[in-house]
Design a protein around this ligand. Sequence first.
Ligand code: HEM
Length: 448
Amino acid sequence: MSRSIPQYLPGKPLRFIDELQGDPIGMFMNMLEAHGDICEVKVGHLRGVFVFDPTAVERVLVTNYKNYKTKESRSYGPLQRFLGEGLVTSEGELHLRQRRMLQPAFHRERIAGFFGAMHRHAEQLVDQWRGPSHAGAFIDVSARVCEMTLAIIGETMFDADLRPEGARIAQAVRAVASRFHWTSTTLLPLAELWPTEKNLEARAAKRYLDEQVHALIARRRSRPPGDDLLGLLLQASEADQVSDAVMGDEVLSMVVAGHETTAVALGWILWLLATHPLVLEAVEAELEQVLGDRPITLEDTRALPVLTRTINEVLRLYPAVWALAREAAEPDELCGYPIAAGTRVFFSPFAVHRHPRHWENPEGFDPDRFLPERAAGRAKFAYFPFSGGQRKCIGDQFTMLELITVLATVLRAYRFELQEGYQAVPAPNVTLPMREGLPMRLLPRKHS
Ligand code: HEM
């Protein structure tokens, strides 16, 4: 006789819905604490298996990935209505073709070529913060870095200046993303189609984003294609390999996937450094030793192990994409339990990254856990901030280069001081921003 998967909160559907909508991260953590590697939930049409065991995650993402549909899964439905058939939400053959087509824009050498733009935008941010309106005042650092990461995506992927519309684009993405979270967790049927205020706001935001994307493409059509991501798309479009609609989806997907994620990560890094003076000291000492008084170069970005470990540790505690979902096409087995065809499988880097069997003192902020000698023997998928397998984040190297470049630049220029009494609370939607932003005061350092 086959074993049944342990049920989470059996007979308490209302409490489950409360947790799912009010505190989804707390819900994943409660599941991990109560059941360890796997549990199941059955409430109305919401039925899913939640896995926390790294080997099971590896099976879904890598060893048996063909059995796990990504974007056709019902959990990603609302996201697909937002991003259409871009790389993030396409499936099967179309996804493979798109990935092959866009991969050249993310080759190692091309990514290295983005260093100049990343550095320039970081320097511009440092200069902006030098203005009189910022002297001594607390500012929402998270909003400013979000505009910067958007500007970086605009220049590197589309050779476009997105700064004039930056704040509005970032805000529109946030409006749609937070709606996505609600519509994908509610029990109400066709929830996003109702003409509620928030739905209307999200629809207007989506319309605005589509207009921006189409204007961007139209402006570039009048110039030679180039070899950035939009150039590759335009070449494919001229060869009839990609429709205008999919090209728009592709651009929007890259704008969405490529800026809020890195901005969110920067916010958590600055907050954790401000609250962990010993780690900050170690990072500052490394920057002092490697850079002295000169600006960072591309070569330096590969020679900052303390900063790199610190970033890895922040992505462990606050992975910007904090939960993933798949749907089993055929029956399978996970953690020794049978998985029926059609089962939705959920897993959260946030929770797996805090699995007590795989991480000592999981809640502690300890970058040295990524020292090679301490990382040896750790299960491969105990740490997967960029997912893995066929659908691994295409922007992982881009992200690391951007985070190192920006942090080395801003940390050399300022000390970041938190507003007294401020508590950073995650407000999960597709990504993991902070609920109240990040109010900080910037104290210029000697290099600034
Ligand atoms: C801290 C930064 C980032 C994190 C934590 C992150 C995380 C992820 C994760 C977990 C996935 C897989 C989603 C799934 O399996 O369902 C993903 C996919 C993706 N990411 Fe990222 N990402 C980051 C930055 C970026 C950047 C900077 C770009 C673009 C420049 C980007 C572009 C993409 C794209 C296009 C996909 C879809 C790939 C596919 O399905 O083939 N991401 N990302």
